[in-house]
Each structure stands twice: as structure tokens, then as C-alpha cells.
Ligand binder design. Structure first.
Ligand SMILES: Cc1ncc(COP(=O)(O)O)c(C=O)c1O
Length: 400
């Protein structure tokens, strides 16, 4: 990192992140360059944001064209762009309606407000049926709602008391969820694949069991697809694998391909719970964000990226497993789906991520011991091979 950037950081940026000493200034496809001209293979993808890699020409053109036409206009006025994008998301999710916001935490907050509206309507009184049952080890964002829903001590530490109205059951354990339900529960909220928690996928039977449970109890099944959605696992939503339709879905990250956008989809039969004045977001569904998201969906469809994720994702996972088998002293397990892959180590993931970066590969740590690989959906086999080679190199040196 150039000394100027370092000084600016030291003086003016709150240190809630601890960035490594590099500053990324340029990107193209799956590659980025730092301010000293060093090239990296970027398998961090902005933590699952850069779905099309960096600066995909269709995405760049869409944002450029839109900014020349209309950069922002209030949600007090209707937007055809929002309407068209919402229709497209409903084509993927099912009959419903969409609320646009800017981030994953805001999308999750929308689902939490949905849970309150539902519980209050069912009980006929505010504040009786308001509990949201979430999973241990989950992550739902850094706002007070998201943090309170999150099932990880470390996220809440320093900020207690968090909001009341949340409880946590064992992920992938249907009995644990069933026994944690009370008359006050209005919704269950889970990630289909826990990302920050270390890449743990919900089992099919768990998701379909939750669906049945929610239907029987007349409570909502809310799914946080902020990290695992938008094609990352080879289907547009990761929960599709379980053959279910939830009542609410939170989306963000990959949806805008690098332009901030979040969205909450609400199943049709519940959409009327939201009425004028019940929720809002100044920048939500901004024209450029909608144009960027349309471009992401166009490229996913035109370049058949879901197929690419399915084909290359399973091959990449197998190769990682083979490679890891040679390093039993360092690697504990390889898990994940599509291009949301975690290599669980027996050593600190932060150290491993630093070594990989030193060798020209960017990855993201999770849950202390997991190295996350999140290549763009249009990554090539050659780029995946490069990642495997680099990982092998680092593990070989480490074990020597
Ligand atoms: C599953 C999940 N939900 C919510 C969030 C919060 O999203 P954001 O950082 O855009 O607010 C994240 C971020 O990592 C996430 O992984």
C-alpha cells in the first residue's frame, strides 16, 4: 500500500476493518491490481458481490447509460426500472412482490419487519407474537435487527443489550427448531448456506422440514440468501435445491454485481401486509442499481452462468478435496456448493489467507479457521486451476 493511503487510513478511517497492506485500484474479470501494480486472482469477489467479475462490459455499459439518463429519483415517484427488475426477481422466486433497499442488512431488516406485521396481525394485538427463531452460528448483518438475529456471540459483543424477540436453535436440526417454537413465534429465519459461520449448507430435509413446520404453525419461513443467492450455488436461489418456496427472501451482494442493491421478496399472499408508510428506503431501487442488477441477470442468463457454476463448481470442489487429502495436518474438511466453497483448516484462516495473498490469490476468512473461495460466476477452468496450484504451493511450503 502506498504510504499516502496508509496515512489516510490511520488518520481518517475507523478501524473496524483490519485491511492487509494492499489497496486494490483496478479490476478486470477475475483479476485485480493493487496500487503498486501487483496482480491478483480475485476469489474474494467482494465477499460474493462481484458475480460477473470486475468491470464486465455489459454491466459497465448499463450503469453508464443509466447515469446519463437518470441518476436518482425518489421512491415517491414510480420507476419502470424497479417494476421490471421486481418482475424478473418474481420469475425466479415465485408469485410475490419486492421491496428494494441498498444492502443485505436492510433486506434482512425488511424480513424482520414482515415477521412483526405477520405476528401482530395473527394475534390481533401488537407485541404478543413477535419472536423470530434463528439458527445458531448464523449471520444476518450488522444493524441492530440483523445483529440480534445473528447467532454468534462475537457479533453482539460490545453492543448488548441487543433487541429482544430472537431465539436460536441448532442449524440443521429440525427437532431443535420445533422444540424452540412458542406461541409467541411469528417466523423462522435461516440462511440456506451459512457463509460467515464457515460455509455450512442446510440439508434438503432440514429446509423442507422447516417449510412444513412453518406451514403447519401458520408462521413465516424467511430465508436469508444475501450471500448464497444470485446464482452463487448454481441455481438462482440456493434453497431451490430443497424444492421449497419460502415466504420471504433477503437478497443483496451478487444481485448488483458491485453496485449496492438489496431486495426483499415477499410471497404474494402476504404482500398486502406492507402498506403506504409501513417501510421505506431513500436510495432503495435507485435507477443505476436497478440497471446494474438487470445487467447481472442478463449476463447470468445470456452467458449461461448457472450452468458454468454447476459444472465447474462440482469439479472445483472435487479437486479441492483431492488436494486437501495430501495435507491432513493442515486441512480438516472442504465443503460448500457451487462457487461458495470453504476449506476448513486446522490452523488459523487469517494466516492462510495472508499466505495465499502473498502468492497472488485473494480469498476470505470465515469462522476463524475457514478459507472461503468465492470466484465470479463466469470464472474459467484455467483460473480455477491457477487457484488450485496456488493453494497447493502454499500448503506444501507450510507443511514443509
Ligand atoms: C447471510 C448474510 N446476511 C446479511 C448480510 C449483511 O449484508 P450487508 O453487509 O450487505 O449489510 C451478510 C453479509 O455478509 C450475509 O452474509
Amino acid at each position: 500500500m502506498k504510504p499516502e493511503t496508509q496515512e489516510l487510513y490511520e488518520q481518517f478511517i475507523l478501524c473496524n476493518y483490519a485491511p492487509p497492506p494492499i489497496a486494490i485500484v483496478r479490476g478486470k474479470g477475475a483479476r485485480v491490481w493493487d496500487d503498486k501494480g501487483c496482480e491478483y486472482l480475485d476469489f474474494s469477489s467482494g465477499v460474493a458481490v462481484n458475480a460477473l467479475g470486475h468491470c464486465h462490459p455489459v454491466w459497465v455499459k448499463a450503469v453508464k447509460n443509466q447515469i446519463e439518463q437518470l441518476g436518482h429519483c425518489s421512491n415517491l415517484f414510480a420507476s419502470t426500472l424497479q417494476g421490471k427488475l421486481a418482475r424478473r426477481l418474481c420469475d425466479y422466486a415465485g408469485p410475490g412482490k419486492v421491496f428494494f433497499c441498498n444492502s443485505g442488512a436492510e433486506a434482512t431488516e425488511t424480513l424482520l419487519k414482515f415477521a412483526r406485521l405477520h405476528g401482530n396481525k395473527l394475534s390481533g394485538k401488537e407485541g404478543l407474537q413477535f419472536q423470530v427463531l434463528c439458527a445458531k452460528n448464523s449471520f444476518h448483518g450488522r444493524t441492530f435487527g440483523g445483529m440480534s438475529a445473528t447467532g454468534q456471540e462475537k457479533i453482539q459483543t460490545g453492543f448488548r443489550p441487543v433487541l429482544s424477540g430472537f431465539s436460536h436453535a441448532e442449524f440443521n436440526n429440525l427437532e431443535s427448531f420445533e422444540s424452540a417454537l412458542t406461541d409467541n413465534t411469528s417466523a423462522i429465519l435461516v440462511e440456506t448456506i451459512q457463509g460467515e459461520g464457515g460455509i455450512h449448507a442446510a440439508k434438503r430435509e432440514f429446509m423442507s422440514g422447516l417449510r412444513d413446520l412453518c406451514t403447519q404453525r401458520n408462521i413465516l419461513l424467511l430465508v436469508d440468501e444475501v450471500q448464497c443467492g444470485a446464482g452463487r450455488t448454481g441455481t438462482f436461489f440456493a434453497f431451490e435445491e430443497a424444492g421449497i418456496i419460502p415466504d420471504g427472501i433477503a437478497m443483496a451482494k451478487g444481485l448488483g454485481g458491485g453496485f449496492p442493491i438489496g431486495a426483499a421478496w415477499i410471497r404474494k399472499e402476504f404482500a398486502e401486509l406492507f402498506q403506504p408508510g409501513s417501510h421505506g428506503c431513500t436510495f432503495g431501487g435507485n435507477p443505476m442499481a436497478c440497471a446494474a442488477a438487470q445487467a447481472v441477470l442478463d449476463v447470468i442468463e445470456d452467458e449461461k452462468l448457472l450452468q458454468n457454476v454447476q459444472e465447474l463448481g462440482s469439479w472445483f470442489l472435487q479437486e479441492l478435496v483431492k488436494l486437501s487429502d495430501n495435507y491432513p495436518g493442515l486441512v480438516d474438511a472442504v465443503r460448500g456448493r457451487g462457487f461458495l466453497i470453504g476449506v476448513a483448516l486446522k490452523v488459523d484462516a487469517g494466516q492462510a489467507v495472508a499466505k495465499l495473498r502473498g502468492a497472488g490469490l485473494l480469498s476470505v476468512p470465515a469462522a476463524g479457521n475457514v478459507v472461503r473461495f468465492l470466484p465470479p460466476l463466469n470464472v474459467t477452468r484455467a483460473e480455477l486451476l491457477k487457484c488450485l496450484e496456488t493453494l497447493e504451493e502454499v500448503l506444501r511450503d507450510w507443511s514443509a
